[in-house]
Design a binder for this molecule. Structure first.
Ligand SMILES: O=C(O)C1=C[C@@H](OP(=O)(O)O)[C@@H](O)[C@H](O)C1
Ligand SMILES: C=C(OP(=O)(O)O)C(=O)O
Length: 459
């Protein structure tokens, strides 16, 4: 996609198709990292060639790791057992918070200094959340930007393990500490206030690292639970091949497009169904969507399979509390679903959205209002009054991939034309989104009448 591209979207026919989506972004990042730390050669297939994950691959090349790219979506990583070379220049993490925060955990343990930079969006994102625990482990990290923002200068060295009570349920914080813990002698523990995505834990186990996971109730039999993960450092990370499942956060856009349109039916195949990521399906079911999901594979620690969704008229819901980390990246598209649903949807406990690629609460509220939707903003969320007709509008993406894609879907339901500006950011997580968008607008790729309806399992 070239610079300053737009999506021009018009009302679409019902969706009746089956699709696959590119590889999972979170898992693709981790596959490069764990393969690089491993003791041999790992072939990663269905790797997401989004800019964020390519930035992670490039970072490890700069650290001296040989990474081949023999064919599309395949990366062959020659593990270096955690021994890296000092990079010549800065490591550029692009738009990717995951790259910067996770790699910080690894660099904290290296016997050299390096500097991490990013694009204007990443340069505004808070890094205290990783600086604090990694400094407690012994790293010297200096955030050069105002208010602990990047660039980060990391002077690594020997680390001591810690037990860290994380104030946020963040997979990036948890993963940075666990990766640092792999370089320190003794037990590193992270306790989080709600379960964030657990791909790092699952992939470490798949690479033969032993760890322990517990659900703890701080006061006996009282909710909310806390989630505890511990590992002993200096374990060998055994090289493994890995196939990345499709990204449910990318599938989310089409799932909502189908869910909100009576008469639509969509099958998404080979998509990740890790329970720490499927909160979107729970929310859509609460809104009235008819969904069945079938886990077909649980190899390599990550469940994946098919989602079968039928459109109907949706109604409002409440999204809050421990569910928020599970749907954190899906809130922009869930807000669009809320605008299309009858009644009110309340989103709370989601102040994290203010520090993503953009302030997503403000971006969602502004764009929904431009389409004629009544939205009340709160510091940690919003209330959306759904059910009125969406008006086509010219909308900024705020340089945020998920805002760009969510509002392209809103445009499929709006009167007139919706134009999303500056959509090149979509390449960070979903190359090919524009192709599927065009197909769906044309109504192509209809399901054949023989496509079996999934009848087992379901929600
Ligand atoms: O660990 C990861 O791969 C991610 C964790 C989440 O961020 P936080 O850890 O900041 O919640 C999520 O928003 C991001 O897209 C990817
Ligand atoms: C927040 C996101 O990613 P990251 O934190 O890696 O930039 C995202 O993909 O929505």
């Amino acid at each position: 996609m070239s610079k300053k591209e737009t999506f021009r979207v018009k009302r679409a026919p019902t969706i009746e198709t089956e699709i696959t989506v590119p590889g999972d972004k979170s898992i693709s990042h981790r596959s490069i990292m764990l393969a690089a730390l491993s003791n041999g050669v790992c072939k990663i297939t269905n790797f997401l060639e989004g800019e964020d994950c390519l930035a992670t691959a490039e970072a490890f090349r700069q650290l001296g790791v040989t990474i081949e790219h023999p064919e599309p979506q395949t990366m062959v990583v020659h593990g270096s057992k955690g021994v890296f070379k000092q990079p010549e220049g800065d490591i550029y993490c692009g738009n990717s918070g995951t790259t910067m925060r996770l790699i910080s955990g690894i660099l904290a343990a290296q016997p050299f200094t390096c500097r991490l930079t990013g694009d204007p969006s990443l340069t505004k994102r808070p890094m205290r959340r990783v600086i604090e625990p990694l400094s407690r482990m012994g790293a010297k990290i200096n955030a050069e930007g105002p208010g602990d923002t990047p660039p980060l200068r990391i002077e690594g060295g020997p680390l001591t393990p810690i037990t860290y009570n994380s104030p946020v349920a963040s997979a990036q914080v948890k993963s940075a500490i666990l990766l640092a813990g792999m370089f320190s002698k003794g037990v590193t523990t992270v306790i989080e206030p709600a379960l964030s995505r657990d791909h790092t834990e699952r992939m470490l186990e798949y690479f033969q690292v032993q760890l322990r996971r517990d659900e703890v109730r701080p006061e006996r039999n009282r909710e909310p639970k806390e989630y505890k993960v511990s590992l002993v450092g200096l374990q060998t990370i055994e090289s493994r091949d890995f196939e990345v499942p499709g990204d449910i956060s990318s599938a989310a856009f089409w799932l909502v497009a189908a869910a909100a349109q009576p008469g639509s039916r969509l099958l998404v195949k080979n998509v990740g169904l890790n329970p720490s990521r499927t909160g979107l399906l729970d929310v859509l079911v609460r809104m009235g969507a008819r969904i069945r999901e079938v886990v077909e594979v649980v190899e390599q620690g990550e469940p994946s399979g098919v989602i079968d969704i039928k459109g109907c008229s949706l109604h409002g819901t409440v999204i809050e509390g421990a569910e928020i980390p599970n749907v954190i990246d899906e809130i922009p598209i869930l807000a669009v679903a809320a605008a299309l649903a009858k009644g009110e949807t309340v989103i709370r406990d989601a102040k994290e959205l203010r520090v993503k690629e953009t302030d997503r609460i403000a971006a969602i509220a502004t764009n929904l209002r431009a389409m004629g939707v009544e939205v009340t903003e709160a510091p940690d969320g919003m209330t959306i009054k759904g059910g009125s007709k969406l008006k086509g509008a010219k909308l900024p993406s705020y340089g945020d991939h998920r805002i760009a894609m969510a509002f392209a879907i809103a445009g499929l339901f709006a009167t007139g034309e919706t134009v999303i500006e500056d959509v090149e950011c979509v390449a960070t997580s979903y190359p090919g989104f524009d192709v599927t968008l065009k197909q769906i607008q044309k109504g192509s790729g209809l399901l054949s009448r023989t496509t079996p309806v999934i009848s087992s399992l379901g929600r």
